[in-house]
Ligand binder design. Structure first.
Ligand SMILES: CC(=O)SCCNC(=O)CCNC(=O)[C@H](O)C(C)(C)COP(=O)(O)OP(=O)(O)OC[C@H]1O[C@@H](n2cnc3c(N)ncnc32)[C@H](O)[C@@H]1OP(=O)(O)O
Length: 406
């Protein structure tokens, strides 16, 4: 079988999505498709061809992702699929290798993705880098601790007003949280703010609420109401929160009070929350959140020196990491990190820790500790106390959080 990889122009987007729609058993949503076509971030579409038949595809978003204390250009791998007629013949492997080559050529020191299955991407050097948590809480068990603040005014907005109000909130939150992404106006419109069947998922229209304090937007939320009634006409519907972002702790508290108190909802559901979300400390009955954790972002370090230079480090002694990387030998070697400095330099010094590129991807955003990986046998400690020193350097104030699947 002779498979050829070709780049597809945006005008062939309808063809490009055929494998992923086949895999998901989904129909093309015309509004969503139009929104995605306009994205300046959607820089690369690869098609795998068997003769003239498209049998596999993979896309790349060119993103800017917050790191602990900085930001890094990231190649976001998306819409990967191989037709069921052509699976397990190495097509994904070729698509991922090409994606990584293109990322390196474009000066993107990391690649990041959301995986459909945890079993797929580890073999390509991706490490699990964040957790995504879900909650599902009965409205009548969602009381907050303490008195409700009198502050805050909620307003429901149309798409254009929401863009104006929400983007500044996002921009205040974004630099503080590793994993958050820069968003262009087409991204806001096409993937977040426009109301369509894809975003409704069977619920009512998309609601866009801003919370203002003293006239300034402090938080926003996107949600849909899914109405249902039981045989006795008691409302048993739910509010599905798509995204809720606070620019400040007060904003976060106010927006969740609003979301937990919407009439006719029996339950409030949200996903893609970070494990350190303050909700657990805000409620009288935290266990009622029914918090569950799943895989979040997977990160692949494409260029070790550039990636390590794109984040900050805690204070502490210098540390030498010995990295192995089967697929990208240019990443292999020893790198010296200095506490408080944003740089990693190649060295011949004796290593303190030995780890594969996969483990460095997990540690990169501060979401997985070296202690955890050492306990799991993924990091080898070569000098006494090196695991603790690595954790002091890589620790981040907040868990990584990417509030959307791309
Ligand atoms: C970032 C994203 O877009 S995530 C979306 C991923 N896409 C999907 O889940 C859609 C449905 N699945 C598919 O389309 C395909 O099965 C894919 C894309 C996951 C895999 O494509 P293939 O061309 O079959 O993969 P390929 O033949 O290159 O496999 C490489 C290796 O990964 C393994 N592998 C591939 N898919 C899986 C999987 N889902 N689970 C476990 N192992 C897998 C193969 O067995 C093979 O292992 P080997 O090297 O030890 O032999």
């Amino acid at each position: 079988m002779n498979i050829e990889l070709r780049q597809l122009g945006i005008e062939r987007y309808g063809e490009f999505v055929h494998p992923i729609l086949t895999a998901f058993g989904a129909l093309l949503n015309p509004e969503r498709m139009e929104g995605t076509k306009r994205l300046q971030e959607f820089t690369l579409r690869l098609g795998a061809y068997d003769g003239e038949s498209l049998v596999g595809a993979a896309g790349t978003f060119s993103l800017t992702m917050t790191t602990p204390g900085g930001a890094v250009p990231a190649a976001g791998l998306t819409a990967v699929a191989v037709m069921p007629t052509h699976r397990r013949r190495g097509i994904l492997t070729r698509l991922v290798r090409r994606h990584l080559d293109e990322a390196r050529a474009a000066g993107q020191p990391i690649s990041a993705l959301w995986a459909t299955e945890g079993s797929i991407y580890g073999r390509f050097g991706y490490g699990l880098a964040s957790q995504a948590c879900s909650i599902s809480i009965e409205r009548d068990r969602s009381a907050f601790r303490g008195e409700a603040s009198a502050e805050g005014r909620a307003r429901l907005l149309g798409e254009a007003e929401a863009l104006e109000a929400f983007a500044p909130v996002w921009e205040r939150a974004r630099p503080l949280v590793p994993g958050m992404l820069a968003r262009s106006e087409p991204w806001w419109r096409g993937r977040r703010l426009s109301d369509n069947d894809f975003i409704r998922q069977g619920g009512g229209q998309l609601q866009r609420v801003v919370i203002e304090v003293d006239g300034r937007a402090e938080a926003y939320a996107l949600y849909c109401v899914h109405h249902r009634w039981d045989a006795s006409t008691i409302p048993i519907g739910s509010v599905r929160v798509i995204e809720a972002i606070g620019a400040s702790p007060l904003g976060t508290r106010l927006v969740w009070r609003y979301l937990f108190d919407i009439d006719l909802a029996q339950r409030i559901e949200a996903s893609l929350l970070p494990p350190d979300h303050p909700l657990g400390m805000l409620l009288v009955e935290p266990r009622r959140l029914r918090l569950t954790a799943s895989d979040g972002l997977w990160v692949r370090i494409v260029d070790v020196e550039a990636a390590l230079a794109a984040r900050a480090y805690g204070s502490g002694e210098a540390l030498t990491l010995e990295i192995t990387d089967r697929d990208c030998p240019s990443n292999a070697g020893r790198f010296r990190l200095h506490g408080g400095e944003r740089r990693a330099t190649r060295t011949t010094a004796a290593p303190d820790l030995r780890l594969d590129i996969t483990a460095l991807g997990s540690a990169y955003l501060g979401g997985v500790s070296f202690r955890c990986m050492a306990d799991a046998g993924q990091v080898e400690e070569l000098s006494g106390g090196a695991v603790e020193r690595a954790d002091s350097l890589f620790r981040a104030a907040r868990a990584p959080w990417c509030p959307e699947i791309f």
